[in-house]
Ligand binder design. Structure first.
Ligand code: KIV
Length: 277
């Protein structure tokens, strides 16, 4: 069957038909190739790259230029997945003009299909302005890591009725603003189910239970390449780190003992040329 690039219409159709949408983060060319090969619907170049790729303590320090650099690499690797570029902290909060300009960079320079931004109802006008500029926007509600300090840390959001209602309102505001999708992070599963039922746009959960329209995980968590901390919602499908360390230790040993490179990895010279050396 001819494989086509995933579109927003495909994502809406999946929601309508009750088929789950898959999303995975990728930050570089080889990972994008693998995620695409796995047939994942959507690829998020998340600002989580600040932590899992660049070693920062949080997502806050990553810059627009760094995000664009990684998005470009993902674009070169992903032929089918629908790509979302994550707008970094302070690239959309200062002014609506700046937000639209920065969102535009994800589309023009990095060839992303859309952008994602974090926040509550207060960010709906920003999302609306970006959408009006012709750029698809995915909102990210609940635990919003860029502003985790304001939330007093990395905690489950919407646990009481009042804050849950605020999240329902935020989700509806983003839908009314024209967002095509909403990521919901770390909220009770019942609340995520309610929001999913009340919206016509797809919802993607991370720590939001199984009743969202789709799920996202951070690639490095899923394959065991990030061990600084593991949130409860993470499922590690494979533990690559020890396998990679084993390979590196083996390489070191073979270089040190002189068994690598062998003749099969080396280039011979014709005898008559060698004589002239
Ligand atoms: O940056 C990211 O990877 C994210 C996901 C956790 C949704 O925003």
């Amino acid at each position: 069957m001819d494989r086509k690039k995933v579109t927003i219409a495909d994502l809406f159709e999946k929601k309508r038909e009750g088929k789950k949408i898959t999303m995975m983060t990728a930050y570089d060319y080889p990972t994008a190739v693998l995620v695409d090969q796995a047939g994942i619907d959507t690829i998020l170049v998340g600002d989580s790259l600040a932590m899992v790729m660049l070693g920062y303590e949080s997502t806050v320090p990553v810059t627009m230029d760094e995000m664009i650099h990684h998005c470009k690499a993902v674009y070169r690797g992903a032929k089918y997945g629908f790509i979302l570029g994550d707008m970094p902290f302070m690239s959309y909060q200062v002014s609506i003009e700046k937000a639209v300009e920065n969102a535009g960079r994800f589309i023009k320079e990095a060839v992303c299909d859309s952008v994602k931004l974090e926040g509550g109802s207060e960010m709906a006008p920003v999302a609306e302005a970006i959408v009006k500029a012709g750029i698809p926007v995915c909102a990210h509600i609940g635990l919003t890591p860029q502003t985790a300090t304001m939330l007093s840390g990395f905690k489950v959001q919407g646990k009481d009725a009042e804050s849950a209602r605020e999240l329902v309102t935020a989700a509806k505001d983003f839908e009314a603003a024209g967002c095509f999708m909403i990521v919901m992070e770390c909220i009770p599963d019942l609340l995520a189910e309610r929001i999913t039922q009340e919206l016509t746009i797809p919802t993607i959960g991370i720590g939001a239970g199984k009743d969202c329209d789709g799920q996202v995980l951070v690639y490095h968590d899923l394959v065991g390449l990030f061990d600084r901390f593991t949130p409860k919602f993470v499922k590690q499908y494979v533990d690559l780190s020890p396998q990679i360390v084993d390979a590196l230790v083996q390489y070191k040993k073979e270089v040190e003992e002189g068994s690598f490179p062998g003749p099969e990895h080396s280039f011979a010279m014709k005898a008559e040329e060698a004589e002239k050396l």
